[in-house]
Design a protein around this ligand. Structure first.
Ligand SMILES: Cc1cc2nc3c(=O)[nH]c(=O)nc-3n(C[C@H](O)[C@H](O)[C@H](O)COP(=O)(O)O)c2cc1C
Length: 292
């Protein structure tokens, strides 16, 4: 149950990349829990939301010196300073929270699934690099955020093998349609408990309906569709990706997508920010470029 949102303040930042608006807002959710407030920081450019940061008062335990409003203010300060500094560098780490949909009638040629719940984490940075490269090559790109989608988990009813469609009518139909039409699918994901995060797994399982559709009515795809995996793991060692590879590879092959490359960055717990890995951005871009 969402409460009414109140504007705290807005900041307009003029940069050589254009005008950006930072909005700080507060929502009273005391109807949910006593004293619960949610704070939202939004970064916009020309009405497009580029990034969102959220925090709430219940996140901070009594002995925690940091509080929600202070965390919001600090984040706004960091974004503001970063925008005024090297704007491009800052933006390259932020994949558009809601990607601009391809123009009407145009199908996305590249679909990027950003599988981390963190909108400005390491997977998001890799997704942003992939998007930058594909957009630079004038491909229509769509970014999908499983954690923002209202989709039900697959219930294993197998009705899709009768009809070729899922029993649930939700946002998955559009996602399947996007992937059906694209020529390159990029899956970006962190390792969570040795596998992919829950939201991404729900999305992957729901692709069973597309597998059913292809099984019931086999068709030639014409051009192949390629798949790329970009993954990050907190621990050191490439073995941390074993299960992720075993999830993503079969997922792609099940729906007729040929896996063509992967970049697996381990040790992010110590590293913190994958932008510190020398040459990584170029490796991602070269991989994407080679498949477009
Ligand atoms: C719930 C959870 C489970 C995780 N499990 C693992 C794991 O099993 N192995 C590992 O190497 N890292 C694990 N990590 C660390 C993340 O993979 C790592 O912090 C990663 O950089 C986060 O990516 P993101 O910034 O794209 O969200 C886990 C993190 C979370 C939050």
């Amino acid at each position: 149950m969402a409460g009414k949102e109140h504007l705290i303040r807005q900041e307009i930042i003029l940069t050589n990349e254009g005008e950006f608006v930072l909005t700080l807002a507060e929502e009273d959710l005391s109807s949910v829990y006593p004293r619960l407030k949610r704070y939202t920081l939004t970064l916009e450019k020309k009405g497009d939301i580029l990034a969102v940061f959220r925090t709430n008062t219940y996140e901070y335990s009594p002995l925690d010196p940091l509080k929600a409003k202070a965390a919001l203010d600090r984040k706004a300060e960091i974004w503001s300073e970063s925008l005024r500094g090297d704007t491009r560098e800052f933006l390259s780490g932020i994949v558009q929270r809601r990607s601009t949909p391809p123009p009407a009638g145009a199908e996305p040629e590249v679909v990027i699934i950003q599988g981390s719940p963190r909108g400005d984490g390491n997977s998001s940075i890799m997704a942003a690099w992939a998007m930058e490269e594909a957009s630079g090559l004038e491909r229509t790109v769509k970014v999908i955020y499983p954690h923002d989608m209202a989709i039900s988990p697959c219930i294993g009813c197998y009705q899709c093998y009768n009809t070729g469609t899922c029993t649930f009518a939700d946002e998955m139909a559009e996602t399947i349609d996007d992937v059906r039409k694209c020529r390159l699918l990029v899956v970006c994901t962190p390792v969570y408990t040795n596998t992919v995060p829950g939201g991404l797994k729900v999305l992957i399982d729901r692709f069973q309906a597309y597998h059913a559709e292809r099984t019931i009515a086999p068709h030639e795809d014409g051009r192949p569709t390629y798949g790329v995996l970009l993954a990050v793991a907190g621990r050191n060692g490439q073995e941390n990706f074993t299960c992720v590879q075993k999830v993503i590879g079969p997922f792609m092959r099940n729906i007729g997508i040929e896996p063509r490359g992967e970049i697996l960055v381990d040790g992010t717990d110590e590293l913190g920010d994958i932008r510190r890995v020398p040459g990584l951005k170029d490796r991602v871009k070269v991989l994407i470029r080679g498949l477009i």
